[in-house]
Design a protein around this ligand. Sequence first.
Ligand code: HGY
Ligand code: MN
Ligand code: MN
Length: 416
Amino acid sequence: MDATPRPPLHPLRIDRDRLLRRIDELAAIGALPGGGVCRLALTDADRQGRDQVVAWMRELDLEVTVDRIGNVVGRRRGREESLDPVVTGSHIDTVRTGGPLDGNLGVLAGLEVVAALRDAGITTRRPLAVAFFTNEEGARFAPDMMGSGVQQGALDLDHCLKTVGIDGETVGDELWRIGYAGDATPGLRAHAYVELHIEQGPVLDREGITIGAVTGVQGISWTEVTLRGVSNHAGTTPMALRHDAGLVAAEIAVFLRRLALEIGPPMVATVGALTLRPNLVNVVANHAVLTLDLRHTDEATLQEAERRAFAEVAALAEREGVQVTTRRLARFEPVAFAEAIIGRVEGIAEAMGLSVRRMPSGAGHDAQMFAPHCPTGMIFVPSIDGISHNIRERTAPDDVVAGADVLLQLLLELAG
Ligand code: HGY
Ligand code: MN
Ligand code: MN
């Protein structure tokens, strides 16, 4: 996009109370007793959340389509219907211990922008679309960003439909079961894509900055490691005679931490899931399944980290006499967002008197699937104490509203 001076801010603003109310109403679906939300992809709670958001889309007279991987797109007519839409959105599935904002904020803020335009009687030149994508989290079915990845051509539809989740169900069966196996062939040409999302990390909160102009998303590597040893009596088996899958799993977790510290920021490495069998106090574990989550903004460094991690897994297993198999769960290279979008997030925030800084995203997002195909960017708002994927996930209401107003201005500019 060119560098000509941009139009002054539009006087329209979002309706604060309506947005905050919608966030609470959606968070009530799948609410956890101690606060927080659990709407794992394609569960009944996810279906209820989907039904609620679709109802809000219909109230806004959006044309709702559901595609074969369950992505839902609400389209608002533009003055020139033949033009590609400007798209916004995110996801409404959550991790098991999720908060009210991860993903949900981007979808509800997009609907709020549409509601504000409707109330003001404004029809943009280009159509606008608000989407929620299937299984962004990847917590039940790997990989993450599954729906947006299929829609934008990064993932294969049939392969994803056959994917078996952590509870043994397939994506395809669960889509049918909850009534979201749509007819539409996945595919959406966007003129531009902008996503509002919480940072989910500590940077904005720590620096007291309201808006993040996101420069891109770091590379992600997920691998499932299965270790097979020999179960034996914990009391009678000498240490030298053990083939302890649990020990190897623990050493892998320790190695990942050391590897990330040695490579240094922004390298992160996590063993988030670990199951032992038979998982009994007096039995040496003969079976361990664990997940490796490696991330870095630089592809070559991420590949080097993968190489070293896999080599160490093999060496540790060899030393303990344990068999090892690995299965790739997700692999996405780092993505850069469009300078034109990043610059406008900064410019609009500054024009609104909001503090703003550029920053990469540590988390994966649906936006990264649009970046190769159209001008794409994200707007971050702070996560209090940098907490997310945790029931304590919160963002100050003023920051939620500020982010939604920046989104409104940018969508108005892009849609004309
Ligand atoms: O794992 C992630 O980065 C995202 O929450 N799916
Ligand atoms: Mn998210
Ligand atoms: Mn998430």
